[in-house]
Design a protein around this ligand. Structure first.
Ligand code: ADP
Ligand code: MG
Length: 327
């Protein structure tokens, strides 16, 4: 269904902006956008959709929804080692709410601009709130990081900290944000930071990466499956934020299910040969990114979690999966 008479007003008012990038040949306004792709580059394309009540709580602010819808898409580009360039936005709105649209559009465009990306087109329709973004980025031909290129003996690294967003979601479900630490954890859910700067540096020394959206265990599992190998992961080395640690200390200990299988981290998991580890650490320092070595790729299939005592621990539940029966 098309939006009522105001569809074109909305586009004009909120989404048609002066061009920022000189490679945008034709911006918002025609049947399609045109961009110029440099000859030695490859175009990297990814789409992620956020559905109200599924990917964010219904009462999430317009700003946070905008920030997240850009961030999750740029995170996919980062996982490929691609430099963000352009975005399209398919926006489905239940009604025209000017204050909501104003806050959403500002935050969307600002977040994109922070990473060098420009909105070049989209679609605006009426229906249950849903935000679908396509992100387009550029890599040197053949230089993208891929999930099928891990090899036995490689080291596994993770940026930032894991589990914060899942704790934040739990806190929201329990009724709210009591202090600064809780607010920070909820921000990690609502305002993920795509690891673009780190990824662009890491791509020069790594061939394999994935972003952690459905939980570390599930996403590393995709790498292992695609690469035909396994992994030993050391729980002691899994990075936790001080806020997550404080939360776990107050609630009876670390819940590995939350840390390893909770979704929405939007950190990167990078796999590299041991020869490139020093250069990878340098990429982390240069981009101001916390980076932790969490394990190794093994020839033996499957993901093994090893605790501080050296014992293998059963893997907790699975990551977030749509269409699976959930309890
Ligand atoms: P068409 O009917 O030809 O598909 P639309 O009426 O859907 O075109 O859109 C008109 C122009 O506005 C197009 O250039 C389209 O890319 C752009 N557009 C529509 N919705 C959005 C949006 N939410 N954000 C950015 N651009 C949009
Ligand atoms: Mg259209």
């Amino acid at each position: 269904m098309r939006m009522p008479a105001t569809e074109f007003d909305i586009i004009d008012r909120y989404f048609r902006l002066p061009a920022q990038r000189d490679d945008v040949v034709l911006p918002v306004g025609d049947d399609a956008a045109i961009v110029a792709v440099p000859p030695a580059k490859q175009l990297v394309v990814s789409t992620d959709t956020l559905v109200a009540g599924v990917h964010f709580p219904e009462n999430t602010s317009a700003r946070d929804i905008a920030c997240k819808s850009v961030a999750v898409n740029l995170s996919d580009l980062a996982a490929m080692g691609a430099r963000p360039a352009w975005l399209t936005l398919a926006l489905t709105l239940p009604r025209v709410d000017e204050a909501w649209l104003d806050a959403f559009a500002r935050e969307f465009i600002e977040t994109a601009a922070r990473f060098g990306a420009e909105l070049i087109g989209g679609d605006t329709t009426q229906g249950p709130l849903c935000i679908s973004v396509t992100a387009l980025g550029l890599v040197d031909a053949g230089a993208a990081m891929r999930r099928d290129l891990a090899r036995a003996g490689d080291a596994i690294y993770v940026t930032g900290s894991l589990g914060d967003a899942a704790i934040g979601l739990g806190l929201l479900r329990q009724g709210g944000v009591a202090d600064d630490s809780a607010a920070w954890l909820v921000d990690r859910l609502n305002r993920p930071q795509p690891r673009v700067d780190f990824a662009l540096l890491a791509a020069s020394c790594c061939v394999c990466a994935i972003d952690i959206s459905d939980g570390f265990a599930a996403d590393l599992g995709h790498v292992l499956e695609a690469s035909g190998c396994g992994a030993d992961v050391r729980l002691d080395n899994i990075p936790l934020s001080p806020q997550a640690l404080a939360y776990f200390n107050a609630s009876g200990g670390i819940d590995w299910d939350v840390v390893l299988c909770g979704g929405d981290d939007y950190e990167l998991c990078v796999v590299t040969s041991t020869a490139n580890e020093a250069q990878l650490m340098q990429a982390a320092r240069q981009s101001g990114t916390r980076l932790s070595r969490v394990g190794e790729i093994t020839p033996r299939q499957g993901l093994r979690c090893i605790d501080a005592a050296g014992e293998t621990r059963p893997l907790p539940g699975r990551g977030f999966e749509h269409f699976s029966a959930r309890t």
